[in-house]
Design a protein around this ligand. Structure first.
Ligand code: HEC
Ligand code: HEC
Length: 86
């Protein structure tokens, strides 16, 4: 009887974890290269767009499209490319 309860709680916990971890609409990964990892390190949540924007805003070497969301918290939606197999 008790065992059944424990199993039930465990299953519910697993289901909840999966639900909570489900991502909202994500942007693309950025390459996990030195440029990007250093840019992430050099910024705080508030000023990341300054660092990322050097290359990704108008006039930069890889500007984001005009249709891109006007938001500054880049890593809310973009994450480093995971290692293959992760
Ligand atoms: C020194 C310039 C530079 C900086 C700073 C920089 N990027 Fe990039 N980024 C690039 C270049 C160039 C590419 C595309 C070429 C490549 O794959 O390396 C790229 C690619 C990307 C991509 C993938 C685009 C695609 O086509 O899939 C994303 C997303 C991205 N960057 C986000 C960021 C974010 C977020 C930051 C800030 C943490 C940042 N970048 C900082 C130069 C930069
Ligand atoms: C609200 C979520 C969100 C935020 C915040 C966000 N992005 Fe994006 N981004 C996306 C999505 C979704 C795409 C892919 C669709 C598109 O191209 O609009 C994308 C695409 C990109 C691309 C690739 C464009 C291409 O040529 O394919 C780059 C580079 C990029 N974002 C950089 C940034 C940078 C730099 C910031 C911070 C200033 C940022 N993003 C903030 C959602 C976001």
């Amino acid at each position: 009887m008790l065992k059944k309860h424990v199993a039930f709680v465990l299953v519910m916990a697993a289901v909840l974890t999966v639900l909570l971890m489900a991502p909202e609409k994500k942007g693309s990964y950025y390459p996990a290269d030195e440029t990007h990892l250093n840019a992430v390190k050099a910024t705080t949540k508030r000023d990341m767009h300054k660092e990322c924007g050097k290359c990704h805003f108008k006039g930069g070497e890889y500007p984001i499209p005009d249709t891109h969301v006007k938001r500054t918290r880049c890593y809310g939606c973009h994450a480093p490319q995971p290692e293959p197999g992760e």
